[in-house]
Design a protein around this ligand. Structure first.
Ligand code: PLP
Length: 365
């Protein structure tokens, strides 16, 4: 059986370095916001090309804290509207709601699966304050167009870069195309910890100062609280593991692109729609997503042939029970995507033989 994502295999390559880190960690006895977190924040900011990086508990909290940070500095207010792609992972929407803001769903472009910039302007109202751009599946959203709209309408731009660590356009990395960006280090992401983790990148000094405080009870000086903060710090041990893995990220992304290239050149099946990619580094293939009319049938066929696949995602946010208020919406492109998408295995540890077996099996369908 070819598993969708063999995390154990991925992390086994770092085992000795991890053991070294754990040993140092135990010897030091500093468990919260120690040198490993500081070092990771410094190196991840430098990797993304941003002035600041704030380590937090997970990707969802990274988004929530960016919103709360902008509320704390007075740039956002309760009830403000946030424009968000309708086909994103539910966490993007949960973050908006947890910050007492209002999601406004915009359909994606069917070729890129990212928010369709041409559909944004018609959704802008007096209450619009933010565009939340999601780099879905690892491909950069159309940031030049999004930023131009934001400039014209005086909106903040926030990136959900949870699937896009290391995505590059014109020498600039995901996380550096907006006012602030959220990353997740959930184990399955392109840069994954061995547990939960997240980070915010920004060039906004004022926001960064607030975020260092908000993630830690609203306090930077012990027992002195300036904001109604939360407890969402990047864990010291996870930061240590991430420090080991970060130097490998670019090579890992290159391996993913090599596999994607092979899929794109060799999968030939009229029943299947392949992702569109211009071979540039503006995609890190967190997921390789194909589309087909009888998706569940294809998934079953692949499983019977020893290939595990996953659906990202089976139900769009506006049709989730949790989001009853938005269940009335009709978003045909989003709904079609959720019925047709299937993610093939892709990861730095997938072998070329496995890739070729997947290609052969898909072509026979
Ligand atoms: C994974 C993910 C998140 C949430 O990250 P967690 O660390 O799991 O909280 C948010 N947005 C997107 C697009 C994601 O893929």
């Amino acid at each position: 059986m070819i598993s969708f994502l063999d995390l154990k295999e991925i992390n086994s390559h770092y085992e000795l370095d991890f053991q070294e880190k754990v040993k140092t960690f135990l010897n030091k006895g500093r468990y919260i916001l120690g040198d490993e977190v500081k070092s990771f924040e410094k190196h991840f900011a430098s990797y993304c090309g941003t002035k600041h990086c704030i380590g937090v508990g997970n990707g969802l909290d990274a988004l929530v804290l960016i919103f709360k940070g902008y509320i704390a500095v007075g740039k956002l207010h309760k009830g403000d509207e946030v424009i968000v792609p309708a086909n994103t992972f539910i966490a993007s929407v949960l973050a908006i709601l947890q910050a007492d803001l209002v999601p406004v769903f915009v359909e994606p472009d069917i070729e890129t699966y990212n928010i369709d910039p041409d559909l944004i302007i018609e959704k802008i109202t007096q209450k619009s304050k933010v565009i939340l751009a999601v780099h879905l599946y690892g491909q950069l959203a159309e940031m030049d167009k999004i930023n131009a709209i934001a400039l014209a309408y005086d909106l903040l731009v926030i990136e959900d870069a949870a699937q896009a660590h290391g995505t590059i356009l014109d020498n600039k990395k995901a996380g550096n195309f907006s006012h602030a960006a959220a990353f997740s280090f959930y184990p399955g992401k392109n840069l994954g910890a061995l547990g939960d983790g997240g980070a915010i990148t920004t060039n906004d000094y004022e926001l960064a100062e607030v975020l260092f405080s908000l993630r830690n009870y609203g306090s930077t000086i012990k027992y002195k609280s300036e904001f109604i903060g939360v407890n969402s710090r990047l864990d010291e041990l996870q930061a240590a593991f991430l420090n080991v893995k970060l130097p490998q990220l670019d090579d890992d992304n290159e391996s993913r692109r090599t596999i994607a290239k092979r899929y794109l050149l060799k999968i030939k099946n009229d029943k299947i729609v392949l992702p569109i990619w211009d071979w540039s580094n503006n995609h890190v293939f967190h997921l390789f997503v194909i589309r087909t009319k009888k998706r569940d049938d294809l998934q079953q066929y692949l499983l019977e042939n020893g290939i595990q696949t996953v659906i990202h995602y089976p139900i769009p946010p506006h049709q989730q029970k949790a989001l009853k208020e938005w269940n009335y919406l009709s978003l045909p492109i989003t709904e079609m995507i959720h019925q047709e998408v299937l993610s093939l295995p892709i990861s730095p540890v997938l072998t070329i033989d496995e890739v070729d077996f997947i290609i052969k099996t898909v072509n026979k369908y």
